[in-house]
Write a protein that binds this ligand. Sequence first.
Ligand SMILES: *[C@@H]1O[C@H](CO)[C@@H](O)[C@H](O)[C@H]1NC(C)=O
Ligand SMILES: *[C@@H]1O[C@H](CO)[C@@H](O)[C@H](O)[C@H]1NC(C)=O
Ligand SMILES: *[C@@H]1O[C@H](CO)[C@@H](O)[C@H](O)[C@H]1NC(C)=O
Ligand SMILES: *[C@@H]1O[C@H](CO)[C@@H](O)[C@H](O)[C@H]1NC(C)=O
Length: 432
Amino acid sequence: MVSLVKIAFSIIFFAFFASSAASRVIELSDRFLDIHKEGQWLVMMYAPWCAHCKRLEPVWAHVAQYLYSSSVRVGRIDCTRFTNVAHTFKIRGFPTILFLKGDQQFIYDGDRTKDELVKFAMRLSGPTVQEITRTQSFDTIKNDRDLYFLYVGDKIGHLWDIYYKTADKYQQHAFFYQSHQDVVDNHAPVIKVPTIFVYKENLHYNFSINDDNDYDKINDTMQKWINSERFPTFPKVTRGNINQLFLTNKNLVLAVVEENAVEDISQDMIEFRDMVESVIKNKRHKYHDYFQFGWISNTELVNSIAMMEMTKPSLLVINTSTSHHHIPDDEPSKLTPQAIELFLEHIQNDTATRYGGNNVVVRFYRWWFETKMTLASMWKGNPILTMLLFGLPALFLSLIFYGICCPDILDAGDDDEEEEDESNDSSHMKKD
Ligand SMILES: *[C@@H]1O[C@H](CO)[C@@H](O)[C@H](O)[C@H]1NC(C)=O
Ligand SMILES: *[C@@H]1O[C@H](CO)[C@@H](O)[C@H](O)[C@H]1NC(C)=O
Ligand SMILES: *[C@@H]1O[C@H](CO)[C@@H](O)[C@H](O)[C@H]1NC(C)=O
Ligand SMILES: *[C@@H]1O[C@H](CO)[C@@H](O)[C@H](O)[C@H]1NC(C)=O
């Protein structure tokens, strides 16, 4: 028996050792404070007890592997051991992912997948706006990047100035390039210069503004335009990017699907998702300016937006300027591309039913709904603990009141009955 345990231990130890030996992640200490301004760093601030950090570990190893040949060094710091570091970088939660170059510091707030993390590092490791000097480079760029911004023209004037400043602000979210008309050739539909495009899945959309607008107006319009165009056609919506998506001021059209713990999606969910995606893919020009499509699988997030338990699959449209939402009347299984198009037309001409919003009543309802959902999931996960957590204090409180108000009844000894009442009550409440 003992030797079995020993073997098991040595296997675990070996596995751990082997995996950490193969990892390209640099384990940093507080000496990092002396060297962090040299070169470029992508670091994870973690705590050994944090579950999200543990889940990130394999992803982090992949990121480090991928970026190994680049100029970005990937490391991690145990903030419970090196509290100095946590203090210097003002770390408030774990894991916090930072990109550091020179005096600059960027906090990652996106989805914690390898692809997204790598893109984040690649964007920040280059210059703010990268110049393209050879026509052939466009083939590579279009191949590698599904989305980028491109300024065509000389690097002078208001438009360039504002483009550069906006690029600096959004560098962690998108790739920004600059080139000249003769270099671009037929890689973008240039009519006049200077001009700005966003390239998205083989299509170009231009930034249009009247030439006689002043600096502030162009600045304002460009900030909004870049933020609304920097998302791919059909992104996965998560807690990491939903706040940014709300800034697009478009309607968010979300396919709500079910995903299990290992991010597997069943066939019927995939079909539904593809069907919703086909609407935007087939009618891009019609919807591009008013609707941002996407898909979402985070049940809690969806339910708290819709303030009800959404069936899956289903469709949810959120007006990001007013926060109210729309749900089609048709059953989700009856939704076809045509039905969705009709539904979106109703939303556009303001004849679709609205739900929610952001006024006080709705906010209170949302709070109440979320509390109820939390209690319900606690109850499902661990009824006994939930009962102890809420039932016991309630029981004690009522006993105290009992003691204060009617001291002699307490002596009569019917607290057994009282206890049963209490637990029945609380279980009833939580099941609701
Ligand atoms: C932008 O695109 C529109 C329509 O596609 C076109 O009419 C317009 O001339 C373009 N503007 C520039 C500056 O390229
Ligand atoms: C441009 O607009 C953004 C926000 O819209 C603002 O934060 C920034 O200060 C403006 N820049 C200039 C130079 O006016
Ligand atoms: C959101 O609703 C408001 C108020 O009805 C409307 O004016 C606005 O156009 C809607 N937003 C979008 C992106 O359709
Ligand atoms: C809104 O759009 C729907 C669908 O296209 C149409 O049936 C309805 O008549 C429109 N309503 C208004 C007021 O334009």
